[in-house]
Design a protein around this ligand. Structure first.
Ligand code: OAD
Length: 264
């Protein structure tokens, strides 16, 4: 099947839905210039996660950990959201029950205008006081002091990011599970589908019969479960799906309910 035929299939599945949940991973930011984690130049190919992204690593060497995040912040500060981020921000107006769940910490979704957003793994532009737990925005690039300290109590600040071996924030996880279990369809963009619990969300959706649409440059463990899987860069494929949805709306395609037709 051609990419355009798959795009049309995806648009057929999504057109007129009320509740759409989208899950994104680092692939959606790749075209903006943010490195992914497991690709050829991925961060976990060049750095050892256990030395940089675990509570133990931070306890051993907070300076090293912060230097790494300071370097990543230096990359991200110079990039812009791409057309894929822009489409997802716009879809908040298209689907009444839209939720975007992202594993990304780069802040590009909010920068593109997304508000109905669940940042599952935190945000690289936020710090958390290791003593008080206070979360604050911090956009200083480069950081003037490494490791940074809490201006109130002097304790170490840490990145407000979920590290390996840590639990997700309970409220954030609840929001993601709610959006995952109530959606009529789920669109999964640019994630290798290896990291749980994020990777479980589309599995659970597929299990209860909600169609899953995948957009990824490569095959993933989710591909065989997806109703439609489109191989291509998110910054090109999402605008094409958006265009196909627009032309259906212009033709006056009726709002579809997965609970069957409404009584006349
Ligand atoms: P990965 O690096 O594991 O996967 C990126 C995915 O994006 C791969 O499946 C690529 O094929 C795909 N991809 C690359 N470029 C793309 C493009 N232009 N368009 C569409 N797809 C593209 O990144 P994640 O799945 O996000 O955790 O990784 C999940 C988590 O693992 C991250 O949130 C991070 C990491 O450890 C934390 O930081 C807690």
């Amino acid at each position: 099947m051609t990419t355009q035929e798959l795009v049309e299939q995806a648009a057929d599945l999504l057109a007129g839905l009320d509740r759409l949940t989208v899950l994104t991973g680092s692939g959606i930011s790749a075209e903006s210039g943010v490195p992914t984690f497991r690709g050829e130049d991925g961060l976990w190919r060049r750095f050892r996660a256990e030395e940089l992204a675990t509570p133990g690593a931070f306890a051993r060497d907070p300076k090293l950990v912060w230097e790494w995040y300071d370097w990543r912040r230096g990359i991200i500060v110079g990039v812009r959201p791409n057309p894929g981020h822009a489409v997802l921000a716009r879809w908040e107006e298209v689907f009444p029950g839209f939720t975007l769940i992202t594993q990304n910490v780069d802040g590009l979704h909010p920068l593109a205008g997304s508000r109905r957003l669940v940042e599952l793994h935190g945000n690289i532009w936020k710090t958390r006081c290791t003593a008080e737990g206070v979360v604050e925005e911090n956009r200083e690039v480069p950081l003037s002091a490494i490791p940074p300290r809490c201006p109130r109590c002097g304790a170490l600040l840490r990145p407000h990011i979920v590290w390996f071996g840590e639990m997700l924030d309970r409220d954030v996880l609840r929001q993601a599970l709610e959006a995952g279990s109530s959606c009529e369809a789920m669109l999964v963009v640019g994630t290798s589908s290896f990291v749980h619990p994020a990777a479980s969300l589309p599995l659970a959706a597929a299990e209860r019969g909600a169609p899953v649409v995948e957009v990824n440059t490569a095959e993933t463990p989710l591909t065989h479960l997806a109703a439609v899987s489109i191989r291509g860069p998110a910054g090109e494929v999402l605008p094409r799906i958006d265009e196909a949805l627009c032309s259906r709306r212009k033709r006056g395609a009726p709002r579809r309910s997965r609970r069957g037709p409404s009584p006349s």
